[in-house]
Design a protein around this ligand. Sequence first.
Ligand code: FA5
Length: 343
Amino acid sequence: MENKIKEIKRSAFEEIANAKTSEELFELKIKYLGRKSEFNSILKGLKDLSGEERKTIGQLANSVKGEISGLIEETERLLVVKSFDPEKEKIDVTIPGRKMKKGHLHPLSIVRNEIEDIFTAMGFEIADGPEVETEYYNFDALNMPKDHPARDKWDTFWVKGEEGQKERTLLRTHTSPVQVRFMEKNKPPFRIISPGKCFRNEATDARHEHTFYQFEALVVGDDINVGHFKFLAQQFFSSFFKKEIDVRVRPSFFPFVEPGFEFDITCTVCGQKGCPVCKGTGWLEVGGAGMVNQEVFVASGYPRGKYQGFAWGFGLERLLIIRHKIDDIRNFHSGDLRFIKQF
Ligand code: FA5
């Protein structure tokens, strides 16, 4: 066995020394060290040898294996150096470098970061919640029990639960469930924002997507009122659009606020002169808001009547549509680089 190994070593060294190309070397590597090589069968056969013999032959085989593979590597290096032809490999240092293709953030990520910066500068915390939400947080805790007709407004995709799962789960239809999740763990006063993805089971068109982003704000304390909401909204939209923006509220209904309203901002295109974008009204509809319903405070574990606060929610895509005069909301998730690269 010992002689056999030495013979393999001698023959391997001879053939490696005569190799002229990397391809030849590669073939030799397979021949001498590969799975089907004679060497490998010797290593496999070690287990049948007696204790002492196994030790000596094992050590010898492993050391020869290391030597052969070291020689192959060394020869490979030499071949590369030898094949270097300075005439062929001339480098023209004056050729302009190849530009790296750089990507950038998606427009929705850019605007989300921008909005987060504006709010955190005003002392807001950022809260997060799951996109796959329970029926309880998406509806019941927001004052929409099972048979509440308002649920129809937010038809969604239900998630097939696991066997024995107690609560039904769904893709959240809005970011409002984060309100309750946050309040369960925190006591007023606080101000938070919660940006995130929402889903709705509805037909898509130029202004509606099945998947879109919302931005929730929630401010709660002892004496927070609608005036605070209006002031904050004006500050935020003026910073966002980099011009003076006024806000108006119109009565509306959301079960989780009382009173509830839709809020509009002054048209950013015509400055209230009236144009096709605002349909001549001078106002653009942005989102929903209202004073947090006491039922929601109770569901979050607060005593009824102790706190007051406002909440709002608006769509990020709709804001970008206004800012950049985009004609179809479906562009955002189309994956069309011609659209994305414009930002
Ligand atoms: C809500 O979702 C409420 N949770 C908002 C709210 C929060 C009210 C806190 C009161 C207090 P609404 O369904 O109107 O409300 O949606 C809010 C905004 O999300 C809309 O104004 C719009 O900007 C955006 N939005 C809604 N549906 C879609 C859709 N299918 N595609 C794109 N954006 C949408």
